[in-house]
Design a protein around this ligand. Structure first.
Ligand code: NDP
Length: 247
């Protein structure tokens, strides 16, 4: 018996990086998994095939986080295909950095729509199809908690909002035994933040162990724990995985 046998999950932005690792991990733990993507149809299909190749059930749904109707529709499609949604993982996000003076109102709206509003809408849409005892896990960032370099006004604002949403929802959904938690990755080796990228050395300099970029699978391990029956008493919590960069 695996911890998530008979469970179903929806992971936004599951075609690549951290979201793909989460989808694969939840499937390995027994869950049937729906993932969303915006451009990466081939990558999303590859994640689905990998899960199916291990004997699991998965499907990919195109849904742009910038479009609230598309996010709500994706939740509906996933629930229809899987029967219900026991676990929602709000993972899809973008990173847009720069001096505050150079951001337009449209830049602000885009980041907030993709990183924050989509999570809000996904929760609204999922609650009618999530049984009591469900799980909501959102991917924040260690940059929600500290700003070690300039240029983070937009991204840090969006991720701090996710932290606030998590606490408010944990309180509100407690009576239904739905737990709501946020995982704050630090530097994690993905297309968004490659371990050999131009800004990697600056990030390593902040870490307790300078070799310490995380693999996406390490974030997935924590999400899998929070999604598991054993984490039933963990709610409103934030778990940072950043090799001590925020110390
Ligand atoms: P990647 O850029 O590697 O992957 C992003 C994923 O999100 C892809 O599956 C992408 O789909 C999807 N996505 C992007 N924009 C949208 C959109 N508008 N609508 C729907 N899906 C979208 O990012 P990471 O895996 O690194 O990041 C995942 C999460 O982790 C993000 O929320 C990020 O902010 C956070 N994070 C990442 C850190 C890091 O160091 N990597 C550190 C801290 C937090 P597609 O393939 O279709 O483009």
């Amino acid at each position: 018996m695996r911890p998530l046998d008979q469970k179903t999950a929806l992971v936004t932005g599951g075609s690549r990086g951290i979201g793909a690792a989460i989808a694969r991990r939840l499937a390995r733990d027994g869950a049937a998994v729906a993932i969303t993507y915006v451009n990466g149809a081939a990558a999303a299909e590859a994640v689905v095939r990998a899960i199916e190749g291990q004997g699991g059930k998965a499907l990919a749904i195109r849904a742009d986080n910038a479009d609230p109707a598309a996010v709500a529709a994706a939740v509906g499609r996933a629930a229809e295909a899987l029967g219900r949604i026991d676990i929602l993982v709000n993972n899809a996000g973008i990173f847009h950095a720069g001096p505050i003076a150079e951001f337009s109102a449209a830049d602000f709206d885009r980041t907030m729509a993709i990183n924050v509003r989509a999570a809000f809408v996904a929760v609204q849409a999922v609650l009618p199809v999530m049984p009591d005892g469900g799980r909501i896990v959102s991917i924040g960032s260690n940059l929600a908690l500290r700003a070690p370099t300039p240029g983070l006004s937009l991204y840090s604002t969006s991720k701090a909002a996710i932290a606030g949403l998590t606490q408010a929802l944990a309180r509100e959904l407690g009576p239904r035994r739905i737990t709501v938690n946020v995982v704050h990755p630090g530097s994690t080796d993905t297309d968004m933040n490659p371990a050999d990228g131009p800004h990697a050395a600056d990030q390593r300099a902040l870490m307790a162990n300078p070799a310490g970029y995380a693999a996406p699978e390490e974030v997935a391990d924590v999400v899998a724990h929070l999604a598991s029956p054993g984490a039933r008493s963990v709610t409103g919590a934030a778990w940072t995985i950043d090799n001590g960069a925020n110390l």
